[in-house]
Design a protein around this ligand. Sequence first.
Ligand code: GTQ
Length: 348
Amino acid sequence: MTNTAALRQQLYQDMSPLNLTPLWEVLHALVPPQPSSPCVPALWKYEQIKPFLKRAGEAITAEEAVRRVLILENPALRGQSAVTQSLYAGLQLILPGEVAPSHRHTQSALRFIVEGTGAYTAVDGERSTMHPGDFIITPSWTWHDHGNESTEPVVWLDGLDIPMIRFFDAGFAQNDIAKSQTVARAEGSSFARYGHNMAPVRGDAPFGATSPIFSYPYERSREALYQLERDAAMDPWDGVKLRYINPATGGSPMPTMATFMQRLPARFDGKSCRQTDGAVYSVVEGAGTAYIDGPAGSVRFDFEARDHFVVPSWHALRLASIAGCVLFSYSDRPVHQALGIHQEERIP
Ligand code: GTQ
């Protein structure tokens, strides 16, 4: 070792007991020239996951589990219950007759219905019946329980901001005394109040920064996408892509998560784009291919309905579809935007 190197090593060693460490050894990694996410792209094929959901259904009841969920963990973040550094994803199963008991937490949740019809989620005394493709929200700190009074198993994607809230050490949670909430309002009340480009004259933001609409039915979003496919110019990167909004603000439905639905028409061959917000995709209809390029190389995911995949921050995504498809996705974009750090690069 040279004198200088020895001098430095001695310095680091001597100050370490005082919890001091030299910035100059880590500066390049702390302030990288561009995002270098530890996450990797990953694909979960539904046909491979389904047998494990079924076995989970045999192994534990929804009530005992509280939430019977198989977490989609980023392969590079195993053990952290995270699909990206800031987001959580899981597939929740509820069998006929089951109840997932009422609780509340400061983490915001979205449900995206993957398979089965007729389960419900109850938020703040109002139930929303689930149909495949519906997007349902649970605002931060609202009581919520899930149940299934139908005759078929229902599976949905849970998207939560759990890792983000953990990062801020800002999580609170409570269990309800009652297993299921008393129904206080008719189903569809929130949609009737806020879902028709109208709003109550008083009391506009009952859930603060979160949308007052609990359920965004697929019937509506699908109709919009298919009409735009027929009548509007296609975006070369996204096909036809719409973002869900909080009708009271025009912003994202939840303060921490943005949600999107997009239609790739048959024979769509998209251009490549990268964004600072990593995103989770749920395939609603059809099939296609995602080409994802990142620092660790390129991957190709062939997806079909009910598959899920994650595109980490600043990984270029290119989408293509021969048959046509519909994709739901969510990301932490509203937080990037609130902080003024969101970036997008559309590669020509
Ligand atoms: O339904 O409340 O997947 O609290 C993880 C945590 C679902 C829920 C999850 C939760 C929930």
